[in-house]
Design a protein around this ligand. Structure first.
Ligand code: MRU
Length: 365
């Protein structure tokens, strides 16, 4: 499996200076193009224009973006810290909904604050190592999500997913698709219906692409086919990712997820959210406080540069919606499968959170 994003040091002597290498997701499925970034503004643009996208991958890009911002800064460690703080404020304006962005920036800033005693080169290397750790931890969390989520699947099952919460949206492996990869590795056959996910077609361009690459059976459908498919195709479960999960379990994810949850309820199909704890935002009591990104209208009125709506027509383009917790069967995180009531389960999972690979079963089946 190709790495979605990683840090490439210039030499083997130290982790800085270096550059971010990421798969440019705007080029898929036509071209698998690695993008090299060593400037802060290019990181902002990559996040804003969805060259890198998906909540965990955005967080990793932001952490590495801070390293890019400070690595050429001459001056004292205090000067470098100030550059880092300004860069964090700037990157925080790139996209509003995925909390992983703010989580990663806060984690880097807090390490920066605690490390003012270091020399500038040591400080920069420490921060770069932390950004790499954020990437590596994400890969491990996704593997754990995959192992827990795979217990929900039986050989021959069919799931339905929305947007792309696969390998491309994370360090590796994905969240919603991770159980499918695990089941596939174990020799079980799982079929995936992928919504195309208008307006930017992450399902068609990315989910269909990465599952096909992995040799997993994928069936692409238009978003408005979901109800019919649920009624006629024996869907075992809906698996989606998340951009932010509030304390009561309300979950922001790609626009259309809420509608799927309503449809799943109507068809008695379990609806699971799969996300690492870096996507939890327990500071928000419920989903009402989750900022919803509004995207430019040309993302709706054009398709690959072709005009598909009357020029000047008014649009609304919320990029995310919030699925109420009552419609969610379970939340699969690196620590296990959380079951309602989510408020207690999320709190317990967060307090039990330990980094890197230590797996704790919370409400695990
Ligand atoms: O606008 P995008 O493509 O960044 O939206 C991505 C999603 O909604 C994903 O489902 C979510 O970030 C989870 S990715 C593991």
């Amino acid at each position: 499996m190709q790495k979605t994003i990683y840090w490439q040091p210039d030499t083997s002597a130290a982790v800085t200076p270096g550059r971010i290498i990421l798969i440019d997701q705007t080029q898929l499925p036509g071209n698998l193009v690695p993008l090299e970034i060593r400037e802060l503004q290019a990181v902002w643009t990559a996040i804003r224009t969805l060259q890198v996208r998906g909540a965990p991958a955005i967080g990793i890009a932001a952490a590495m973006g801070l390293v890019v911002a400070i690595q050429d800064c001459s001056g004292t460690t205090r000067d470098v810290q100030q550059v880092l703080n300004r860069a964090a404020d700037y990157l925080a304006t790139s996209r509003p909904t995925a909390v992983n962005l703010f989580w990663a920036l806060a984690r880097m800033k807090s390490l920066s604050q605690a490390s003012g005693h270091l020399s500038p080169p040591d400080f920069k290397n420490l921060l770069a190592s932390e950004a790499i750790r954020i990437r590596d931890e994400d890969a491990q969390m996704c593997r754990s999500i995959g192992r827990h989520g795979a217990t929900l699947l039986s050989d021959g099952d069919t799931i339905l997913t929305h947007c792309n919460a696969g390998s491309l949206a994370t360090a590796e492996y994905g969240t919603a698709l991770a159980p499918v990869y695990v089941a596939h590795e174990e020799g079980r056959s799982i079929r995936v219906f992928a919504d195309e996910t208008r307006p930017l077609l992450q399902g068609a361009r990315l989910t269909a692409w990465e599952l096909s690459q992995a040799g997993i059976e994928v069936v692409l459908i238009c978003d408005n086919m979901a109800a019919h498919i649920m009624k006629t195709c024996n869907i075992s479960a809906v698996f989606i990712g998340a951009d932010r999960i509030a304390a009561n379990g309300d979950t922001a994810n790609k626009i259309g997820s809420y509608g799927l949850a309503v449809l799943a309820k109507a068809h008695n199909i379990p609806f699971y959210v799969l996300a690492p704890s870096s996507t939890f935002d327990l500071s928000l009591p419920d989903g009402d406080g989750i900022p919803i990104e509004e995207r430019p209208s040309d993302e709706i009125t054009t398709l690959k540069g072709n005009i598909v709506a009357p020029i000047g027509v008014r649009t609304r383009s919320p990029a995310f919606d919030v699925t109420p917790y009552q419609l969610i069967t379970g939340i699969v995180c690196e620590q296990g499968i959380l079951r309602p009531p989510f408020r207690q389960a999320l709190k317990a999972a967060t307090s039990m959170h330990v980094t890197t690979g230590q797996r704790l079963a919370v409400h695990a089946r």
